[in-house]
Design a protein around this ligand. Sequence first.
Ligand SMILES: NC(=O)c1ccc[n+]([C@@H]2O[C@H](COP(=O)([O-])OP(=O)(O)OC[C@H]3O[C@@H](n4cnc5c(N)ncnc54)[C@H](O)[C@@H]3O)[C@@H](O)[C@H]2O)c1
Length: 336
Amino acid sequence: MALRVGVIGGGGIAGAHLPHLVKRSDAVELTGIADINADAAKATAEKYGIARHVTDFRELLPDADAVLVCVPTWLHADIAVEALRAGKHVFCEKPMARTQESADAMCEAAAQSGTTLQLGFVRRFDDEWLAWRDAVQQQKIGRPVVWRDVAAGAGPQAAWYNRDEQGGGPFLDGCIHNLDFALHTFGPAVWAFTHARTMRPGNTALDTGTATVHFQSGDELLLAWTWGLPQGCGGARVFEFLGPEGTLTWPKDDPYHAYESSERHFVINRGGNEEKENVAFPGNSLGAAFERQMDEFIEAAQGRITPRAGGHEGRESLRLALAILQSGRSGQVEHL
Ligand SMILES: NC(=O)c1ccc[n+]([C@@H]2O[C@H](COP(=O)([O-])OP(=O)(O)OC[C@H]3O[C@@H](n4cnc5c(N)ncnc54)[C@H](O)[C@@H]3O)[C@@H](O)[C@H]2O)c1
C-alpha cells in the first residue's frame, strides 16, 4: 500500500522534495499540501498535481501516514510534535528547532508515539561530502585536520532566516549542515568560540562572524560566514581541508552548486614529488542527495530502516549551533 504523505509548508525547500515524491508514485500517495498562505498552498498543489490544499496543517493529519515539515525553522517543533502525537511519521527540515527545549519535545513525542522522526541533513546523502569524509577518515592528509568553510552573501531572501528568534542567522540555519556533518565525521565537539556581529540593518541575528569548533579528535572546523551583505553582493568561497600530510582543495573554477555539470572533483595534494590525486563525484550530487533522502524517509516510515539522521542527530547539531551563538553573544569559549 502506498504511503500517504502530506506536505506542510509550500515554500522553497518543499520544491526540492516534491518533484521526487511525485516521481515515486509507486510508493507514495501525495494527499495534500498545507500552507498558511492560501495562494502558496494552491500554487504548489497545482504545480505538482496535488488534489488537496489547506491552510491549517491539522486538516491533513487524518488522511496521512506521514508528513514533511517544511515550514520556517522556529515553527518546526509545534507542528512536528502535533503530528508525532497523532501517530504520523515526520520528516522535518533542518535545523531541528530554534531552541533545545523544542528539540527535546520533538524527541520525546517521537519516543512516545514510536513513529519515525527523520531530520533533513541532506549532506549525509551527498556523494561530494561523503567522498571528502572518506578521504579524511582514510588519513589521506593525516589527522587531525582543519576544515575551513568561508561563505559570503546576502543569505536566503526570506527575512525570517536572519531574525534571531526565527532562523537564528547563518550559524544556525546555514552552518547546521556543517555542524551535523562534522559531528558525524569527527565525533563529539569539545568547545566553540565565536566572534560575530549583526551587519545588515534590519537583521536581528548574528549575520556575520567567525566560529571555531574544536573536536575531541583534535580536528577543527572554522566557519567564516556572512549573510549580512546587500542583495547582489558576494565574497569568495573557501572550502578546504588542511592536514599534517596534505590538503583537500576544490579547483578555483569549480562550478559549486552546478547541478548540470556531469562531473566535479576535489584534489588531494600530499606535497613533495607525489602526484596529486583527483577525486571525482557527480556534478549534481546535491540534487541526487535530496532524492536519496526522500527514498530513505519512505523506507523508514514503512518501518524497514532507521534513518541515518534522526532526533538525536538533530538535537546534537542544534546544541553545537546554540553554543556557537552563545559564544558570539558572550565573547567567551563555550564548552560542550
Ligand atoms: N535541507 C536544505 O538544504 C534546506 C534548504 C533550504 C531550506 N531548508 C529549511 O527548510 C525550512 C523552510 O525553508 P524555506 O526556504 O522553504 O522557507 P520559505 O519561507 O520559502 O517557505 C516556508 C513556507 O511555510 C509556510 N508556512 C509558514 N507557517 C506555516 C504554518 N504554520 N503552516 C503551514 N505553512 C506555513 C510559509 O507560508 C511558506 O510558504 C527551514 O527550516 C529551512 O532551514 C533546508
